[in-house]
Design a protein around this ligand. Structure first.
Ligand SMILES: Nc1ncnc2c1ncn2[C@@H]1O[C@H](COP(=O)(O)OP(=O)(O)O)[C@@H](O)[C@H]1O
Ligand SMILES: [Mg+2]
Length: 437
């Protein structure tokens, strides 16, 4: 149970009302005993001690009789609940995982559950709910629930203590309908944090917008050239050759983008399923180095592969790991071309007693490097340090996002280290096969 300031508001009335009930129940037995006492002393002429004894005996007998009748009657009719509905509701509210408040008819907070205390801090006793949830939508929902006696739901944005989206459901508890306006009523204000759902939705919308934009640019170029070839350049053989070449480049770009989008969605589909096959990283690296060799030569880059431990067995998907290394080596050649050299180094890293060994693959270039502010964002979809240069080099902006997703699925890690002017180092860490449980 939360230690909140509103807790006494829940407990004190329970104790106070119990005391009131006891006094009320004892009123008549005490009055009868007092009458017996006065009668014995004044009218029957008995001595004071004897009259007092008579008072005590009558009072005890009547009080015990009253108690025996009273308790079961309270339980059966639920008197305590009628007098203090808050106590029961508060216990239920405190068990709810979502933040919630119990407010009275006037809109004052009478109780907040543990989650609400964590999120909004401790609310002072009987403070209006509008002091805590400042969005006017919540006030409107409370008004509506009060007027109609039905649940009112709103979505609102809170800036304090942090920017968050919430859904609030204001529900009358017990008999709170318009037919019973004078009765004490409690309203449950139940909140659902929509921030994460909104973030995911925004990412989805951004992703679709980015992907459409990436496709629209080459598509517009191809369409433009088609129109030119159908119109003004219809009979220009030279222009036709040049334009067809540009159209082919743009078509390949669209095709690469679609391939990367498909790759990403395939990997996302199995994001939570760790691969089960054991593969040796060494031959995968050799294959990637062979495949990248022509591009390295064409770019004037010396590609060096150094495998220091063999085998480098990991639990993984061969094709996906090849995709990881291919993306990293391709980037190193593309963006680090000016350095003239790319080193790929693979080693097994022991991590002390009891800890599993890991395969470490480092792709190092000696190009312009990357400024620190870009490093944390490099694996975001469509994030590029220099969009024009990436496009010019045939990039889609999805390569490192694919790398990150593949490594997440492998429970691996990608560490990026770079300083402007000093090249870049991309390190992949994968758990060794013999240690995977
Ligand atoms: N080795 C590198 N050196 C400098 N910049 C790099 C390197 N690797 C990646 N980048 C930067 O990271 C961005 C994202 O890379 P990536 O996701 O592979 O997309 P793409 O290569 O298709 O543009 C690139 O556009 C580039 O700006
Ligand atoms: Mg890339």
């Amino acid at each position: 149970m939360t230690r909140t300031e509103s807790e006494p508001a829940r407990r004190t009335p329970t104790r106070a009302s119990a005391l009131v009930r006891r006094i009320e129940a004892a009123r008549w037995p005490l009055a009868i005993a007092a009458a017996v006492f006065v009668g014995c002393w004044l009218f029957a002429g008995l001595s004071l001690p004897v009259a007092a004894l008579g008072f005590a005996i009558v009072a005890i007998v009547l009080l015990r009789h009253g108690d025996a009748n009273g308790k079961p009657a309270d339980r059966a009719t639920g008197t305590a609940d009628v007098l203090d509905p808050l106590a029961g509701y508060a216990a239920v509210a405190d068990g709810l995982p979502d933040p919630c408040f119990l407010i009275d008819r006037a809109g004052n907070v009478r109780f907040q559950n543990t989650t609400a205390s964590k999120l909004f801090g401790v609310v002072a006793k009987n403070q209006p709910i509008s002091f805590v949830l400042r969005a006017p939508e919540v006030g409107d929902a409370v008004q509506r629930a009060r007027a109609t006696g039905a649940t009112a739901t709103v979505t609102f944005f809170e800036r304090v203590p942090a920017d968050r989206w919430f859904e609030a459901r204001v529900s009358p508890l017990g008999d709170a309908g318009p037919a019973a306006p004078a009765r004490p009523a409690v309203y449950l204000v139940l909140l659902r944090d929509l921030t994460e759902a909104q973030r995911v939705e925004r990412m989805r919308v951004d992703f679709v917008a980015n992907a459409s934009h990436e496709l629209r640019t080459p598509l517009a170029s191809v369409t433009g050239f088609i129109e030119t070839l159908q119109g003004p350049a219809r009979n220009d053989a030279d222009a036709r050759e040049r334009f067809l070449e540009i159209m082919a480049v743009q078509a390949r770009r669209m095709s690469r983008l679609i391939d990367d989008l498909m790759s990403l969605s395939r990997i996302e589909l199995k994001a939570h399923v760790r691969p089960e096959t054991v593969v040796d990283v060494a031959p995968i690296l050799e294959h990637v180095a062979d495949a990248m060799h022509p591009l390295a030569i064409e770019s004037g880059v010396e590609l060096k592969l150094d495998i220091r431990d063999r085998p480098l067995s990991v639990v993984g998907d061969r094709d996906e790991l090849a995709q990881v290394f291919q993306n990293l080596v391709h980037n190193a050649i593309k963006y680090g071309q000016s350095g003239g050299r790319v080193d790929v180094t693979a080693v097994s890293v022991q991590r002390g007693a009891g800890k599993p060994a890991r395969a470490s693959v480092t792709v190092r270039d000696y190009g312009p490097g990357i400024a620190a502010e870009h490093l944390p964002r490099l694996t975001e979809r469509f994030y590029r340090v220099d969009t024009a240069s990436s496009r010019e080099k045939g990039g889609t902006g999805l390569g490192l996002a694919i790398v990150k997703h593949i490594l997440n699925r492998h429970h691996g890690q990608l560490l990026i280290d770079s300083k402007p002017g000093e090249g870049a180092e991309f390190k992949v860490l994968l758990d060794g096969a013999e240690n995977v449980t």
